[in-house]
Design a protein around this ligand. Sequence first.
Ligand SMILES: NC(=O)c1ccc[n+]([C@@H]2O[C@H](COP(=O)([O-])OP(=O)(O)OC[C@H]3O[C@@H](n4cnc5c(N)ncnc54)[C@H](OP(=O)(O)O)[C@@H]3O)[C@@H](O)[C@H]2O)c1
Length: 249
Amino acid sequence: MFRIKIILVLFAAVISAVPVEARAESEKVERLLIYGASGRIGAHIVEEAVSRGYAVTGVSRDPARLEQFADRINIEVGDILDRERTADLVASHDAVIVSVGGKPANQDPAQYVAALSADSLVDVLSRFGDSGPRLIFVGNLFTLEYQDGKTLLELGRVPETHENYAMFYGHQIALETFRKSRQVNWTVATPPNGLRLEGRTANVRWGGDVLLRDPDGAPSQISREDFAYAVLEELENGNYIRARFNVAR
Ligand SMILES: NC(=O)c1ccc[n+]([C@@H]2O[C@H](COP(=O)([O-])OP(=O)(O)OC[C@H]3O[C@@H](n4cnc5c(N)ncnc54)[C@H](OP(=O)(O)O)[C@@H]3O)[C@@H](O)[C@H]2O)c1
């Protein structure tokens, strides 16, 4: 009887010694689908996800661009605008991270890849109903409230002749598309003013729709590594579901 008691006590001690985080680990999202994995921001998101133990699938229109990850992630060919292919890939994953961009092909914001992919994602993810995979979509500074509650677009800082006119307004269209959606568990993760800092500190400040500023009032900066850290933190903590955040060091 005494021996049984000792065994029970030892068993309880072992269970309580397992950190809460480690126990929560088994409940978290495990299979992660990442569009834009070859991009400047997306590649850091892949690194952060791999280092946290996720089973990552990186998607590219040209898989050769993902060679650097060849032995660490599953690589798939895909265009986010191909809805059937996207739906096939989404079906075998628990969450989707999208960091797509590039130079606009023309001056029409509705034709910019951010706007088009938001449309594609809302269609695809809505097919999975309310319990569909979580989406984190990388947005753009120009949609944040910059000054007096207005965005840089509303302040008239981006004329139609600007080379990135379609990109900045395209991101605004994407954000509105997510806000209008009914069944998608979206989050838009927006970098602050710039990504000029370097390295992973895992020490960031969080904000909502209003651009984070430094104590001296200057628009904030972050590194790509810390931005990737924040994207994965949000995926695990779910503080901004159906909302947008910006994050700065
Ligand atoms: N301060 C800010 O607010 C700020 C600063 C920088 C970036 N951003 C935003 O962050 C996002 C990523 O920027 P980045 O600099 O990392 O971009 P990037 O280096 O130019 O990479 C663009 C990525 O988009 C992917 N892509 C483009 N069209 C695609 C499509 N049709 N299907 C699938 N993938 C597609 C490309 O993948 P493949 O070519 O491999 O298919 C590539 O990985 C952009 O939306 C950008 O506007 C915001």
